[in-house]
Design a protein around this ligand. Structure first.
Ligand code: NDP
Length: 280
């Protein structure tokens, strides 16, 4: 019987790396698919990113995720960028083909694929709370998936306006900026409301200051821990349809695995591993 003790390698470069549950998700899904591929969380400070990238190339890694603070800095090391990553200006997933590195942004793709399980983004009007990295990826990817209008609602006007301008200039969607002062009252013609801020992330139980939830409004949260945020609970209590941040994380991991291995892994295995790691 042929024996092979050489696993293929994938992982994540970040600092701090220790709290990242993606490792549990990926390792469970690789094992369930009977793939001899590993996923390793690596603590990589900003000044070591180049060394880490060269190490991954040298060791023949299939690819890696970049998390905070490397999502923009990694651009200096890439040979090619996927079209949406180029517009977003940030990369969270790198594939390695020999010496050639290609950057993708799967944050927004994960969101759109999770959203598609509830509603087709085509022709819809979105209101996105926040203008940081997650909001940027979601706004661009939703616009490229056919959204009619993207409204960016943000506390800091300069950041929000810049994102609305980017969407208007680089995608087919209309875009506008609304400064978030006090309560944001969701207009009746908005189809999809997304909390893309970090408000409500464990252990905080705070909730974005929003009114106007209603039946027919799809309300999504990027916060995955806890899965049922106060924001989603309020939205559901007022009749809205809700989408947890867990779905975005699982779909993003599915896309990453497909890019690295060419295989479709099992989302149910991923979700169970994620829920177990959050409970732990
Ligand atoms: P950033 O720091 O880049 O952006 C944070 C955004 O939240 C900014 O727009 C900021 O507004 C806004 N914000 C933060 N606190 C407040 C507040 N008290 N009131 C109003 N606005 C506020 O963070 P990221 O975009 O990288 O991450 C945001 C969240 O998305 C995190 O919780 C992260 O865990 C989650 N995430 C989830 C993913 C998933 O797969 N489920 C994937 C990626 C991220 P301002 O500009 O005014 O400062």
């Amino acid at each position: 019987m042929a024996t092979n003790f050489l696993s293929q390698l994938t992982g994540s470069f970040a600092t701090s790396a220790a709290q990242n549950p993606t490792v549990a998700v990926m390792e469970a899904a690789y094992a369930a698919a009977d793939l001899d591929v590993r996923y390793i969380n690596c603590e990589v400070p900003p000044e070591r990113l180049g060394d880490a990238v060269r190490g991954a190339i040298g060791m023949g890694w299939l690819g890696f995720n970049c998390s905070i603070p490397h999502k923009v800095a990694i651009l200096d090391y890439l040979d090619a960028l996927a079209p949406s990553a180029e517009i977003i200006g940030a990369v969270n997933c790198v594939t390695i083909d020999g010496e050639r590195l290609t950057g993708e942004n799967t944050d927004g793709q994960g969101f759109v694929n999770a959203l598609r399980t509830i509603v087709d983004p085509q022709g819809r009007s979105f209101a996105i709370l926040g203008a940081g990295g997650a909001a940027r990826a979601i706004a661009v990817e939703s616009a490229l998936a056919g959204a009619r209008r993207i409204t960016i609602v943000n506390r800091t006007a300069s950041r929000g306006r810049e994102l609305a301008d980017l969407v208007a200039a680089r995608t087919p969607a209309d875009a506008e900026f609304v400064e978030w002062e006090g309560t944001y009252d969701v207009p009746a013609d908005v189809d999809v409301l997304v909390n893309a801020t970090s408000i409500g992330f464990h252990p905080s139980t705070s909730t974005p200051n929003v009114s106007g939830f209603r039946p027919g409004l799809v309300t999504a949260d990027v916060v995955a821990n806890p899965p049922q945020t106060q924001f989603l609970q309020r939205a559901a209590a007022e009749g809205a349809t809700t989408l947890e941040g867990l779905g975005m994380l699982v779909n993003q991991a599915l896309t990453n695995a497909r890019l690295w291995t060419g295989r479709d892994l099992d989302p149910a295995v991923m979700r169970r591993a994620l829920e177990a790691s959050l409970e732990g």
